[in-house]
Design a binder for this molecule. Structure first.
Ligand code: SIN
Ligand code: FE2
Length: 216
């Protein structure tokens, strides 16, 4: 009988190409971990995580907040970036230096030395939460890559092609892993299937994902 795990790539080289212009950097965020977590906590206090509503009227199972000049939001009016948190009416908290250094370092490592993010979407997954297959395409210019940092509970990352129906490969993402995709992969479909129960030694029963983008 075929084990479910057969389909998930659990190899752990430090640097794993996952597509043209796309690379998985195992544990890249670990050195910076201790600076990231207090910043993450402060951002969540200033701009609390919330479950946004899609244009179709569905509440997302992933809770979100943002930091940086531009924050990604969704509501009945559509998907977009806004300089202000619609809940508080205040600017999003600034992007901490530890976040910026991590994102630019990972991008450089992946072959994108010019990356200068102005937006960081922070996703909080509790067990049962999922993010269906989608493209990141609300940014002004697709010349810049996406840098995606995983913290806390492990998850499966689905990485497909430029069409929704293209085959999808699955990668196990663990605390500290960073995925960068740009160039020919910039508009690849990706998603995270339902998060499994578990407990992470530092973060407990939760996964965070930081998605850095140049939005403006
Ligand atoms: C996203 O596509 O915004 C998040 C991906 C992830 O949680 O790893
Ligand atoms: Fe995405």
């Amino acid at each position: 009988m075929k084990d479910l795990f057969d389909e998930i790539d659990t190899h752990q080289p430090e640097r794993q190409p996952i597509g043209e212009g796309a690379v998985l950097l195992r544990g890249y965020a670990l050195q910076l971990g201790k600076d990231l977590l207090p910043s993450l906590h402060d951002i969540g206090a200033a701009a609390p995580f919330r479950h946004m509503v899609t244009p179709g009227g569905f509440e997302m199972s992933v809770a979100m907040t943002n930091c940086g000049q531009a924050g990604w939001i969704t509501d009945r009016a559509g998907y977009r970036y806004d300089s202000h948190d619609p809940v508080s009416g205040k600017l999003w908290p600034p992007m901490p230096d530890a976040f910026l250094d991590l994102a630019t370092g990972a991008a450089r490592e992946a072959g994108y030395p010019e990356f200068s993010p102005d937006a960081c979407l922070i996703n909080r997954y509790e067990p049962g939460a999922r993010l269906s297959l989608h493209q990141d395409k609300n940014e002004r210019d697709f010349a810049n890559p996406i840098v995606s940092v995983s913290l806390g509970l492990p998850a499966t990352f689905q990485f497909g092609g430029l069409k929704r129906t293209d085959p999808v490969r699955k990668f196990a993402l663990r605390h500290g892993d960073v995925v960068v995709w740009g160039g020919p992969s910039r508009l690849c479909y990706h998603g995270v299937p339902t998060l499994k129960h578990g407990s992470h030694p530092q973060l407990g029963s939760v996964r965070f994902n930081l998605t850095f983008r140049k939005a403006l």
